[in-house]
Each structure stands twice: as structure tokens, then as C-alpha cells.
Write a protein that binds this ligand. Structure first.
Ligand SMILES: Nc1ncnc2c1ncn2[C@@H]1O[C@H](COP(=O)(O)OP(=O)(O)OP(=O)(O)O)[C@@H](O)[C@H]1O
Ligand SMILES: [Mg+2]
Length: 355
């Protein structure tokens, strides 16, 4: 899958720009604060219908304007036009000029993987942030998961309201039975993505970092992966009294976590900044394998400000890994020598020029 064209109108500091991308490597060069991340953010918005940097969409609208428009032409077996208009009180989505009402019908039409420097916090963050990343990656390519997850979130809300108020135990059992149905889907897919990532992440890390360390992600599931239904029934039966006592849903997929390990030790405890960066990069590249395995298509890779942080050997290792079949959009503050099929752009104060 590739993005062929992108137009932004009144998006952040872009008043009006049109970009035609190269099908392999695209490099956006510019000083700090010129709009490089804004560009990647707009592409990510096309994929997820939300920004990775803020929750309130209307803040993306250029100051003193009333709307913002992100338009794109992508190619995924055939050309498709994806458009998003962000208004003061919502957003409209369309595919090939047909209006899309259900966000879940839009998410993932363009599939991107983003690496951004903020993600170094992934290891220190709360489990919620790690769950969010994994959930997003599965949801983009798996509607069944997205629907199960949404249903799950609604059921947990309902359960917590029930537990906070006067408890009807029969109703609690009904909710738990419904939870078991969606939990099964969620736990199966979480196991699957981690299994596929673990098959690849080690090899990628070794190539990138050129050191012989074993990288592995441990999915800390609320149950183990055999006889899931039975185990879930037991889990909810055994935790029922605790839920009632604590007045909150104490067990289930909303309490799970993913532990990143280096030679079996949590990365947060031992890895250097540079190693952490390489692990996240390897994780993102392993996600490409996951998406390819599940959909037979490569996502577009967005690398925000990663090259300038890597020394020349690591940079070469990364570019070699990207090969020809992946479209990659890279931002950097300095012009960097890269071999291969590459198009370069210069970004300055909300303008983009091909160089
Ligand atoms: N809603 C908005 N309206 C107008 N300008 C905005 C808006 N939101 C952000 N900006 C501007 O966008 C610019 C920041 O863009 P961006 O984060 O893409 O920079 P960058 O090129 O990635 O910089 P760095 O190299 O420091 O990461 C700032 O100048 C900021 O004032
Ligand atoms: Mg930036």
C-alpha cells in the first residue's frame, strides 16, 4: 500500500499544500518547528482518524480558521481517494467522495506504522499506553477485534456503574457472560500479534543494533491461552466477590500488560536510551511483518526524526532493512546521505518544496 498524494488545507501551520510522494523513500528535511511532524500526523490521522499528539481534533485546525481538510490519494490494489474534514464540532470522512458514517469503516483504509521519539516512554508508561498501541495495531486490520474491543469497553463501563451502585448479582452474571464472549476474541488476537512479533523482533534487532541480545515481548494475559472460555468463567466467578468489595471490575483484558524484555530482563531496568530506541524501532518493523502476514500488504512506514539520532552504521542498517517494497516517509533536521530510490523535500514554515 502506498500514499501517492496528500493535500492539506488549514491543517496546523499548513495553509494549502500538495505533495506527490515517491513510492519508496521520501525524506522531509527542515529545522525545528517548521511542520515536519505535522505532516506525519496528518497522514496518521488518515489512518486512525485521530492524532497521536492530542485528543481534541479541533486543535488541529489552523489558528483562526473554521475547518481543516486532509485529502489523499492512496493506492491499495487500486487508487482510492480518502478525505477528512475536521470541523469545530466533529469530522466528516469520505472514500472516493462517498460519505462514510461509521468510523470503523474508515480506519485502516490507509495503513501506517509510525515511529516517533515520544514513544521512548513506552517502557516507563502505564500498561494502558502499551495496551493502546497493541489495540490500535490490531484494530486497524481486524474489524472483528475493533468491534469486540468497543463492546468490551461498553460492558466494562456498564459493569463498573453497576458495581458502584446497588448490586444486582444476576445482572452482574449476565454482564460477565457477555464479557466472556468478547474477551475470547481480544485475548486470542493479543496472543497472536505478540507471537508474530516475537518471531521477528529478535532478528530485526540484531540487524539494526548489531549486538547479540535477545528481545522478546511477554504478553501478561489475565489467563493463559488454553481452554480460554473455561478459564474466563473461573476468573469471573472467583473475582466476583472482590469486584463487589472493591466496587470496580478488578479482572479482565483491561488489566493486562506487555512486558518488553532484553535477555529476559525488563528493558526498563537495563537498556540504554540508544538500545531502547532500537528496540522500539525493531518492534515497529516487526509490526510491518504482522500486518503483511495478516493482510498480504505492506503498511506505509512513518519515521519521525529517527535518522539524526542514529550513527551512520545504524542508519545504513535501517535503510537496508526497509527494502524496496515499503513506502517510507522520514523526517529529519539535517540532509542525510541515503542510498536508494529517494525523493527529498524541504519543509519551511508550513511550505514544502521538492529538492
Ligand atoms: N493549530 C495550529 N495552527 C497554526 N500553527 C500551528 C498549529 N498547531 C501547531 N502549529 C505550528 O506548527 C509548528 C510545529 O510543527 P511541527 O511539530 O510539525 O514541527 P517539526 O518540524 O516537527 O519540528 P521539530 O523538528 O522540532 O520536531 C509550530 O510552529 C506551531 O506553532
Ligand atoms: Mg517534529
Amino acid at each position: 500500500m502506498i500514499i501517492k498524494e496528500l493535500s492539506l488545507k488549514f491543517y496546523r501551520n499548513y495553509e494549502n499544500i500538495d505533495i506527490k510522494f515517491n513510492k519508496n523513500i521520501n525524506c522531509f528535511i527542515g529545522n525545528n518547528g517548521q511542520g515536519k511532524t505535522n505532516l506525519l500526523e496528518a497522514i496518521l490521522f488518515l489512518s486512525l482518524t485521530k492524532s497521536h499528539r492530542l485528543n481534541e481534533d479541533k486543535k488541529l485546525i489552523m489558528n483562526n480558521k473554521s475547518f481543516s481538510k486532509i485529502s489523499s490519494l492512496i493506492n491499495d490494489e487500486e487508487d482510492k481517494k480518502l478525505d477528512i474534514i475536521i470541523h469545530q464540532n466533529g469530522k466528516s470522512l469520505s472514500i472516493n467522495n462517498y460519505s462514510i458514517n461509521k468510523v470503523s469503516d474508515f480506519i485502516g483504509k490507509l495503513n501506517v506504522i509510525l515511529f516517533s521519539p515520544d514513544e521512548l516512554f513506552l517502557f516507563n508508561d502505564q500498561p494502558k499506553e502499551r495496551r493502546k498501541i497493541i489495540d490500535q495495531e490490531i484494530s486497524k486490520i481486524n474489524q472483528k477485534y475493533l468491534l469486540a474491543l468497543n463492546k468490551y469497553k461498553n460492558l466494562i463501563k456498564e459493569k463498573n456503574i453497576l458495581l458502584k451502585n446497588k448490586i444486582d448479582e444476576n445482572y452482574l452474571d449476565v454482564i460477565n457472560d457477555q464479557l466472556i464472549e468478547v474477551d475470547e476474541v481480544i485475548i486470542y488476537e493479543r496472543n497472536r500479534i505478540i507471537e508474530i512479533i516475537n518471531k521477528n523482533i529478535n532478528k530485526i534487532y540484531k540487524l539494526l543494533a548489531n549486538e547479540d541480545k535477545n528481545i522478546n515481548i511477554k504478553y501478561k494475559s489475565c489467563i493463559d491461552n488454553k481452554n480460554v472460555k473455561e478459564k474466563l468463567k473461573d476468573l469471573y466467578r472467583l473475582s466476583k466477590q472482590k469486584d463487589i468489595d472493591y466496587k470496580v471490575a478488578t479482572e479482565g483484558p483491561h488489566r493486562e500488560d506487555y512486558l518488553f524484555l532484553m535477555d529476559d530482563i525488563p528493558i526498563v531496568d537495563i537498556a540504554s536510551q540508544g538500545q531502547k530506541r532500537m528496540v522500539i524501532l525493531a518492534f515497529k518493523l516487526a509490526l510491518i511483518n504482522y500486518i503483511y502476514q495478516e493482510t498480504n500488504k505492506y503498511p506505509v512506514l512513518l519515521l519521525d526524526d529517527v535518522l539524526s539520532e542514529l550513527d551512520i552504521n545504524h542508519r545504513k542498517a535501517l535503510i537496508n532493512l526497509l527494502k524496496n517494497n515499503i513506502q517510507c516517509i522520514i523526517t529529519t533536521t539535517e540532509d542525510i546521505e541515503i542510498d536508494g530510490n529517494i525523493k527529498k523535500f524541504y519543509v519551511e514554515n508550513g511550505t514544502v518544496k521538492e529538492i
